[in-house]
Design a protein around this ligand. Structure first.
Ligand code: IPM
Ligand code: MG
Length: 360
């Protein structure tokens, strides 16, 4: 039987992004070997701030188009202390997400075995969320500008864009995802008390789309009150949908509540599969620990499990998540972000051993 081939573009990017992507490629190999039904064809790209400093560009002009030839993109992180963050973000990450129309950003949060949530009385089943982040417009639409630099009249605007098409598609995606989870429950995050145009349209379309999903229960939360609910009553939440910026902020809170940003994964999906989707850890390039070999690779492994699911390799995805959870359950395999002393190497080896060791 011929093996299925999955073409993966690997972009380590900056800082620990390179370290965790390298670790992840080893894990993917072990997974393919263990499964036997598929293999990866990986191409590495050096697109990064380093490249920008050398050539003036984070990636070639046709970079996003080059990626269309792949089935998935595995991304590390972008950002460096000596280059302004808005350049790195727009030069690489958004320069991929936006042209490839990866409009649904999915961020699962759970308290993995062996990891302690900073919420004292939360047991692990009480915090099991998926945040859906609108990933193409809203506050990250890139509309705005600056005029009269340096003058007292200097002005800068960032205009949030909300379109009917953009809201409808993310709401449909979020309701569908909520429907696929046991609780069938969606919370729509908004700020329509203060933002009386875009966010009112957001609420209105949420209510319209909800009618297509009569079996999904939903409620609505103002984003400020949402932070309180996430901390005080995590069990009352399941699937969550929010705008680009709101979900950016809430997903950091969610990651912290799950025990460490070092374990939080994300998928930038084009649900229609017209373009490849991109999988990355939520954490950034973390130059403070770069080169020390202590980056937590778990977020990247978890996002790789999401990638495997997306590629249709469900048993391999489940095997990888099982292996990750076996490893997190052992505190001697916790990296410093989790209060432990383990290295990236140790965690990677342990995950690979767990993948090889399982017989089911
Ligand atoms: C994220 C990150 C990025 C974002 C940063 C690196 C600009 O925080 O993916 O959540 O705001 O989108
Ligand atoms: Mg963020």
């Amino acid at each position: 039987m011929s093996k299925k081939i999955h073409k993966v573009a690997a972009i380590g990017g900056d800082g620990i992004g390179v370290e965790v992507v390298d670790a992840c490629l080893e894990v993917l190999d072990a997974l393919a070997e263990r499964d036997g039904g598929f293999e990866f064809q990986v191409e590495n790209f050096d697109w990064s701030t380093e490249r920008y400093k050398r050539t003036g560009e984070f990636m070639p002009k046709d970079g996003a188009d080059q990626l269309r030839a792949f089935d998935a993109i595995l991304f590390g992180a972008v950002g460096a202390p000596d280059v302004p963050d808005h350049l790195t973000l727009w030069g690489l990450r958004l320069a991929i997400c936006q042209p490839l129309d990866q409009y649904a950003n999915v961020r699962p949060t759970r308290v993995l075995p062996g990891i302690q949530s900073p919420l004292r009385h939360v047991n692990k089943d009480e915090l099991d969320w998926v945040i859906v982040r609108e990933n193409s417009e809203g506050e990250y639409a890139g509309q705005g500008g600056r005029s009269h630099p340096g003058l007292p009249l200097e002005i800068a605007t960032d205009v949030s864009i909300f379109t009917r098409a953009g809201i409808e598609r993310i709401m449909r995606f979020a309701f569908k995802l909520a429907q696929s989870r046991p609780r069938k429950f969606l919370t729509v995050v908004t700020k329509s008390n203060a933002q009386r145009h875009g966010m009112v349209l957001w609420d209105q379309i949420a209510a319209e789309v909800a009618k297509e999903f009569p079996d999904v229960t939903w409620d609505k939360m103002l984003v400020d009150a949402m932070t309180v609910r996430m901390v005080m009553n995590p069990a009352s939440l399941d699937t969550i949908v929010a705008t680009n910026l709101h979900a950016d902020i809430l997903s950091d809170l969610a990651a912290a509540l799950s025990g460490s940003i070092g374990v939080a994964p994300t998928a930038n999906l084009n649900p229609e599969r017209e373009t490849p989707s991109m999988f990355e850890p939520i954490h950034g390039s973390a130059f403070d620990i770069t080169g020390k070999g202590v980056a937590n690779p778990v977020a990247t492994f978890w996002t790789a499990a999401m990638m495997m699911e997306h590629l249709g390799e469900k048993p391999a995805a489940a095997r990888l998540m099982q292996a990750v959870e076996t490893v997190t359950a052992d505190p001697s395999l916790h990296t410093p972000d989790l209060g432990g002393k383990a290295t990236t190497r140790m965690v990677t080896d342990a995950v690979i051993a767990a993948i090889r060791g399982r017989n089911d």
